[in-house]
Ligand binder design. Structure first.
Ligand SMILES: NC(=O)NCCC[C@H](N)C(=O)O
Length: 256
């Protein structure tokens, strides 16, 4: 189990905010929180690889947005925000070095990795502020030969699809209903959670979840279902609309 992460830029505080009010970021605290996040993944058995730091890219710590990994293929994204396009080069180098085949989303397509939720062979992709229909069509064509079914999902209330919903290891899709455009598209597998950040889990293994400390009620729900939950404080990244998923790319086949 290998994962990519990217150390925060010194300009982190200048990161983009779209759906929330800007509030001041404590850069020292952000570094501490990032170290704790990486340590938590390491403690769960993940081998961590750092993408080269990008000092001039405030949002580069949100490395999930730079690619979509499925089976042996890494699809390098074309970020919907122009400011984030310079992030992808070093991320591509890092995933290529791990032995992945590489493909790219090309203009006029846009796609952010944070809009892509995978569970087994289903790949839901949020169409909204960052990812467009052309980007989704390109991803569908790239992943179809690998057996993936790409399903487009509307996203209008939050930044990315995975700001609204993620999936538990058993395929239950979790989301905070006021922020999910259409919970009915997941039918009975949709489970409402009481907190916005309770919608965001990183699946560390079949039994273990990593989530934000800011969602204790949702955490209790997952523990009730038998999951072991590791919680980390990511307050400084939440101020920039980041969540636990966006701070890493897990390199393994078709999960999460
Ligand atoms: N996958 C994610 O949830 N990424 C968070 C990106 C936050 C960053 N401030 C942005 O607006 O692009």
């Amino acid at each position: 189990m290998h994962a990519l992460v990217r150390r925060p830029s010194p300009r982190l505080a200048d990161g983009l905010v779209t759906h929330i009010e800007r509030s001041p970021v404590d850069i020292d605290l952000a570094h501490q929180q990032w170290e704790a996040y990486v340590a938590a993944m390491g403690a769960a058995g993940w081998i961590i690889h750092e993408v080269d730091q990008a000092d001039d890219c405030p949002d580069s710590v949100f490395v999930e947005d730079t690619m979509v990994v499925f089976a042996d293929l890494a699809v390098i994204s074309r970020p919907g925000a122009l400011e984030r396009r310079p992030e992808i080069g070093a991320a591509e180098d890092a995933v290529r070095a791990r032995g992945y085949r590489i493909a790219h989303i090309e203009a006029p397509g846009t796609l952010d990795g944070g809009d892509v939720l995978k569970h087994e062979n289903t790949v839901w992709v949020g169409e909204g502020g960052r990812t467009n229909a052309d980007g989704i069509a390109q991803l569908r064509a790239l992943l179809a030969p690998l057996g993936a079914e790409v399903v487009a999902v509307p996203v209008s209330k939050v930044l990315h699809l995975k700001s609204a919903v993620t999936a538990l290891p058993d395929g239950t899709v979790i989301g905070h209903e006021p922020l999910v455009d259409d919970p009915s598209m997941w039918g009975a597998r949709f489970l409402p959670v009481p907190e916005e950040s309770g919608s965001h889990v990183v699946v560390l293994d079949d039994d273990t979840l990593l989530m934000a400390a800011s969602a204790p009620l949702s955490r209790a729900m997952f523990e009730e279902r038998g999951y072991v939950v590791m919680a980390v404080d990511i307050s400084e990244f939440e101020k920039l609309e980041g969540c636990v998923t966006c701070l890493s790319v897990r390199l393994r086949a078709a999960q999460g």
